[in-house]
Design a protein around this ligand. Structure first.
Ligand SMILES: NC(=O)c1ccc[n+]([C@@H]2O[C@H](COP(=O)([O-])OP(=O)(O)OC[C@H]3O[C@@H](n4cnc5c(N)ncnc54)[C@H](OP(=O)(O)O)[C@@H]3O)[C@@H](O)[C@H]2O)c1
Length: 342
């Protein structure tokens, strides 16, 4: 599905984008304080790195900081060169219901809610359309056909360009694809989260649906920069994530040490090895990297020139065998919302 080396196409109906997307979540939420000026500078650096002729993919959610992330992206695009801003594609997730204190209380996928969420997002982003629109988690009370049908109406009205899905399983992929063309499934995929390989990825491929992979560094855990003594701010997702707790954390960091040896032999960083591995899994996969600083972004972009030979891939998978991660990828209550895990 590659158009050229600067782009990968999201599924058979989606847009062609730069092979690495920038996930902006951490600039507003979930990983502790972020620096606003540095966040905007990181978005600008990403836009700069995307060559002419390719589209830059910025990923967000309307609930990342309750609108904060969309407003930040809007500001970054307004202060970027017009030509770069025009080439930016924005992928937005919606549906999560929040509290003032930051809690998550469920998901709303009713058609009237979809239209409401969309109206607010367009306003916050300062755009007249969203490039890829998707519900973050399936609303258990609303058939996916109805939620996707509402987005399809927004496509017809010109407010949305493409329909995506997030963290859904194979059955839901099929049901959604029967309603309207789906560009991509956004789902966690990394050396230590390979659950999609059994059924979900083959189904997406059969249906011509691309994958935007998130958590390719497992939220920093396999970036090579995380350590046991890292202090996490209150509310940091990683403070609750099973993979970052006690013995699990130690076992997972042991895997990172094994990966570091492979990376060092190649003369690249651990993060670059982990991102390059995801890039190597198929031309239909676009990793989203959650860089929120320019130095981290530069490191991530460096993964695009890392060539992994068959021997490298074997060494990587020996260092981090499939299924070796200790702990689930979300706390139990959040696992229950994952259609992809049912
Ligand atoms: N659909 C969904 O359910 C869903 C869920 C989660 C995320 N997402 C999307 O996917 C995006 C990426 O997810 P993520 O942020 O959890 O994943 P990630 O890329 O696995 O992790 C990002 C974290 O890794 C650390 N890191 C260390 N070195 C890095 C490097 N060279 N480049 C980038 N990050 C580095 C950063 O923390 P430090 O800089 O502090 O070390 C950063 O906070 C999000 O921004 C969001 O848009 C979607």
């Amino acid at each position: 599905m590659t158009t050229n080396e600067n782009t990968r196409t999201l599924g058979s109906t989606g847009p062609a984008v730069f092979p690495l997307g920038l996930g902006c979540m951490g600039m507003s939420a979930l990983y502790g304080e972020a620096d606003r000026t540095e966040s905007i500078a990181t978005i600008h650096a990403y836009l700069d790195a995307v060559p002419e002729g390719a589209a830059a993919l910025l990923d967000t959610g309307d609930f990342y900081g309750m609108g904060h992330n969309e407003m930040l992206i809007g500001e970054a695009l307004r202060s970027a060169p017009a030509e770069a801003a025009e080439r930016a594609l924005i992928s937005v997730k919606f549906g999560a219901l929040r509290t003032v204190e930051g809690g998550f209380t469920g998901y709303d996928g009713r058609p009237e809610a979809v239209k409401n969420f969309l109206a607010y997002s367009l306003q916050r982003l300062g755009r007249d359309h969203i490039d890829v629109y998707r519900i973050a988690r399936v609303d258990p009370d609303v058939p996916i056909e109805e939620t996707v049908g509402a987005i399809a109406e927004a496509v017809e009205a010109g407010h949305v360009r493409h329909i995506g899905l997030s963290e859904v399983g194979a059955d839901t992929l099929r049901r959604a694809a029967a309603v309207a063309p789906i560009s991509d499934l956004q789902i966690e995929y990394s050396l230590i989260s390979r659950g999609i390989e059994a059924e979900i990825l083959p189904t997406a491929r059969e249906l011509g649906i691309g994958v935007t992979a998130y958590g390719v560094l497992s939220r920093g855990l396999i970036s090579g920069h995380f350590s046991r003594d890292r202090e996490l701010a209150p509310g940091d997702f990683r403070g609750m994530s099973p993979r970052f707790q006690g013995e699990n954390l130690q076992r997972n960091l042991d895997l990172v040490d094994a990966l570091r040896k492979v990376a060092e032999e190649k003369g690249v960083s651990v993060a670059q090895t982990a991102i390059a591995w995801v890039l190597s899994r198929g031309e239909d996969i676009v990793p989203l990297v959650g860089a929120r600083r320019r130095d981290r972004l530069a490191e991530a972009l460096g993964a695009m020139t890392v060539e992994l030979t068959a021997a490298d891939l074997a060494a990587i998978e020996e260092a981090v065998p499939a299924g070796a991660a200790a702990g689930e990828r979300y706390p139990e209550a959040q696992m229950a919302h994952l259609d992809s895990e049912h």
